[in-house]
Design a protein around this ligand. Structure first.
Ligand code: PMP
Ligand code: GLN
Length: 378
């Protein structure tokens, strides 16, 4: 059959999760917490169902939730998005990314993507006939070389995708990066897609530099967010995107015919829960403790690492343990040692040289302790 994505295979997240289940392994592969979200939030969702919010929601998301999102962004990033025309509630950040790329990327358009990259960007670009232009992040802490970005821009460049804090490396873009990005995009019509799903999971008192707070970037940017990461319920698949009106009206055309609207009762639950900023303000500290515990427990192991600066992922280098490729080592770790991780080369260009695995530390302390014991035994 002639189809659009002939070379796409099942995602590494599905593969590793299934392997972990099959081998009854400790699962630090796919990124999700193994603890529950706040009982009050669950009660709010149940209440919304009981109150009858069980039919289609408005296409763009319910008004009170869009108002809450506008308030939150204004408070955090000093930028006001019009809740009528500039905010859309989506089926997780994944749908926001899909709708944003699909709305703008046409045949032969180039889209700059930094590698390693989260896995949804490139198939979506290709589905729309676009061409991913890959730029490798550099060094141990995966920095952007902005001169390389400047020289990758051509008359065909339609979009550039950034992700901060960055999955899988845990690196972050700082103010300098944002200023370089501004400089690079000045005098171009390039659309910026900023994946900020880990905006609240950032460590060591560093601020999250949102594209929203840089006016010259915000005027050309679509910013994507995910409630799943922030409120420990990735399975609820709720998120949103914000963008200037002219961009958002095009994104809504895709959203309208892709999903029309998203889950109605959960939107009421999040509206209620977002009233209290304490529900997300401490998330960085919460996960920093988990990162520190995990790194403390494995500090005498043979793994090498640079502490993650954000997200709930930690990369561990295994060059002192084996010469195997990361995919081979990751598979052996599940099968022989009952611990699941994600091999980074699946998101990377420099596939052969990759000697790093990604571990998710959004787990109970008990799980992290068990995992560390295994890792220290290698
Ligand atoms: N972007 C990145 C970088 C992610 O890690 C994820 C979640 N794994 C997503 C987007 C998708 O978020 P959601 O689950 O809300 O669709
Ligand atoms: N974002 C999650 C991760 O990076 C995976 C989500 C998915 O399975 N698509 O692990």
């Amino acid at each position: 059959i002639s189809s659009k994505l002939p070379s796409v295979t099942p995602s590494i997240f599905s593969i590793m999760s299934q392997l972990a289940k099959k081998h009854n392994a400790i699962d630090l592969s796919q990124g999700f917490p193994n603890f529950e979200s706040d009982t009050r939030l669950k009660e709010m969702a149940i209440k919304a169902i009981e109150n009858g919010f069980n039919q289609y929601a408005p296409m763009e998301g319910i008004l009170p939730l869009r108002m809450r999102i506008a308030e939150k962004i204004a408070a955090l990033y000093d930028k006001f998005y019009d809740f009528d025309t500039e905010i859309t509630v989506t089926n997780g950040a994944t749908e926001a990314i899909y709708s944003a790329i699909t709305a703008f990327v046409k045949k032969d358009d180039e889209v700059i993507v930094f590698k390693p990259a989260y896995d949804t960007y490139e198939p979506t670009i290709k589905l729309n006939g676009g061409k991913p232009v890959q730029i490798q992040l550099k060094g141990e802490d995966y920095r952007v070389d902005w001169s390389e970005v400047a020289s990758a821009i051509t008359s065909q460049t339609k979009m550039i995708i950034i992700n901060t804090p960055h999955n899988p490396s845990g690196t972050i873009l700082d103010k300098y990066d944002m200023q370089q990005l501004e400089k690079t995009l000045r005098c171009t019509k390039i659309i910026l897609l900023s994946d900020e799903v880990y905006e609240h999971i950032i460590f060591d008192d560093k601020p999250h530099e949102s594209v929203s707070s840089f006016p010259a970037l915000a005027e050309r940017a679509i910013v994507c967010a995910s409630f799943g990461k922030t409120f420990h319920n990735t399975g609820w698949k709720t998120g949103y995107c914000v963008a200037p009106k002219e961009l958002m009206q095009e994104i809504r055309k895709v959203h309208q015919y892709c999903v029309f609207c998203i889950n109605h009762p959960l939107q009421y639950a999040f509206t209620e829960y977002l009233k209290n900023p304490e529900h997300y303000r401490n998330l960085g500290n919460f996960y920093q403790q988990k990162r520190d515990l995990f790194l403390d427990l494995i500090q005498n192991s043979k793994f090498t690492f640079t502490p993650s600066k954000g997200t709930y992922f930690q990369l561990l280098g295994f060059e002192n343990i084996t010469d195997e490729r990361d995919t081979v080592f990751a598979e052996r770790l599940v099968k022989e040692f009952n611990i699941a991780s994600i091999p980074v080369s699946v998101f990377n260009i420099a596939e052969k040289d990759q000697k790093e695995l990604r571990f998710c530390f959004a787990k109970t302390d008990e799980t992290l302790e068990k995992a560390a014991k295994i890792l220290c035994s290698l």
